[in-house]
Design a protein around this ligand. Structure first.
Ligand code: GLN
Length: 485
């Protein structure tokens, strides 16, 4: 297989044995980027010079006899809502098109410290609002399995970079599905960690009670390796969980005997395409053969996850996005007569239609007279959803569902109907509302398009997710398929 299609752990072995240098590896990835980027458009910004310099530094360390860490010299991509000191961070929004942060996000610092080579910043739905990367303020990103289709979103650029060999691994962010959904539609592994497991310091805020950063990788082993670097307490993020993160690679065991897996019937019913359901049923049969105990269960408040999410997330977004006023960050509209007009013009011209829709929805839900009926009600529903999961986890070790109701859809197909677009996340939203970890792993294909299986875990039990995902992967070949781009 081509270098650019190998998983991180294999590239690491080659680097450690000096079969290849970090600089050669970095150049191989840029060559790949140069050959496919025109078709895919995964990146907003490439950081060639920085990357080559980082790679040469790793080579010097290897030459000096140093043992490099598992991500040392590995070419990675990061979503463009993660602040990178000195490198433009746009959130794929016109309002931040020229914003260069004076500091780096904690996860970026951790990647740097581990010796990872950052190739660039990936395209996304503007401010992470969307499910197709078509809401990018710059350009859409295309799915490598079929460039006429969307890669999912909002971390579409990161998912495509990994799927198409334009990065060995990537970081994304997930507020309602934005790591898992594009991972599913692009045929890669995507993990949304438990709320608080990974520091969000330096992640541009969308909905602060939901946002988490996590890895997109070619396989489950790589997912554990990236988690080992990015997870753990950070005093700079007050929502970051105390204590040390585990060694996630310790959970990579090919064994699910006796594990109890619950399958919530609400996630296998109405709205899920029959072909996707078939893929998931086959995956369940595989896990049963391997000794897992599988049972149908119920999360009775599932149908309210979408309405609750679309009140809570926009409410938080309307507050978080108030800071983009043309004074402190990025774009400022010219020619305004006074400061109020300047605010209005800056925000009218700087934000795209979906971001404006969210700000209006959120402001409405929070306004006097509507607060109790909408925002407060949504918070109560959130508690009911959390309680559904608590009950299920008293009985099951993990829950299993499709990641998305259908494989990648055609570009433009859902752009005219926001509700249809929102439905792309019906299997993932509740996991964020409950603050739980969720992973999507490749589980099969429908008409040549990848389908993802979602595993949902107890809080801070990423370990069991990795174990089930790893076992599934060791006994199937879906993660080895590569798009023919
Ligand atoms: N698609 C969902 C939304 O538009 C989730 C986005 C995300 O997880 N960032 O809000």
């Amino acid at each position: 297989m081509q270098l650019y299609y190998l998983p991180v752990h294999e590239l690491h072995t080659m680097l450690a044995k000096r079969q290849i240098s970090a600089e050669e590896l970095c150049r191989a990835f840029f060559e790949r980027i140069d050959s496919v980027e025109e078709k895919l458009k995964a990146y907003v910004t490439l950081t060639r010079e920085n990357a080559l310099e980082q790679a040469r530094e790793i080579d010097r360390r290897i030459a000096g006899g140093e043992q490099i860490s598992p991500l040392g010299g590995i070419p990675v991509a990061v979503k463009d809502n993660l602040c990178t000191e000195g490198v433009r961070t746009t959130c794929s929004s016109k309002i931040l098109y020229n914003f260069v942060p004076p500091y780096s996000a904690t996860v970026i610092k951790k990647l740097n410290a581990a010796g990872a080579v950052i190739l660039g910043k990936t395209n996304m739905d503007e401010f992470a609002m969307g499910s197709s990367t078509e809401n990018s303020g710059f350009f859409p990103t295309n799915n490598p399995w079929d460039p006429e289709r969307v890669p999912g979103g909002s971390s579409g650029g990161s998912a495509v970079a990994v799927a198409a060999g334009e990065a060995a691994a990537a970081l994304g962010s997930d507020t309602g599905g934005s790591i898992r959904q594009p991972a599913a539609l692009c045929g890669v592994v995507g993990l949304k960690p438990t709320y608080g497991a990974v520091s969000r310091f330096g992640l541009v805020a969308f909905a602060s009670s939901l946002d988490q950063i996590g890895p997109l990788t070619r396989d489950v082993t790589d997912c554990a390796l990236v988690m080992n670097v990015i997870a753990g307490h950070d005093p700079l993020d007050s929502t970051s969980a105390p204590g040390q993160a585990p060694d996630y690679t310790g959970y990579l065991k090919n064994d699910v005997r006796g594990l109890k897996i619950g399958v919530p019937k609400e996630y296998m019913g109405e709205g899920i395409s029959p072909a996707v359901k078939q893929v998931i049923e086959r995956a369940l049969a595989t896990l049963a053969t391997l000794g897992a105990e599988i049972e149908e269960t119920s999360l009775p408040h599932s149908e309210y996850a979408l309405p609750a999410y679309y009140l809570i997330a926009p409410a938080e977004a309307s507050s978080n996005l108030a800071r983009y006023d043309g004074v402190r960050y990025g774009y400022r509209a010219e020619g305004a007569a006074d400061v109020v007009e300047m605010f209005m013009r800056t925000r009218s011209l700087g934000f795209g239609p979906e971001v404006k829709r969210r700000i209006m929805l959120g402001t409405y839900a929070l306004s006097a007279g509507y607060y109790d009926a909408y925002y407060l009600k949504a918070l109560k529903v959130r508690t009911l959803i959390k309680q559904d999961f608590d009950r299920a986890f008293a009985r099951y070790d993990v829950l299993l569902s499709p990641t998305t109701p259908s494989p990648a859809f055609k570009k433009g197909e859902k752009m005219a109907d926001p509700l249809q677009m929102y439905m792309s996340d019906i299997c993932t939203l509740a996991v964020n509302l409950a603050g739980l970890p969720g992973i999507s792993v490749p589980a099969g294909f429908v008409d040549g398009l990848p389908v993802g299986m979602q595993l949902i875990g107890k809080p801070f039990d990423e370990g069991t997710l990795l174990r089930v995902a790893y076992t599934f992967e060791q006994n199937t070949d879906y993660h080895k398929a590569r798009p023919g781009i």
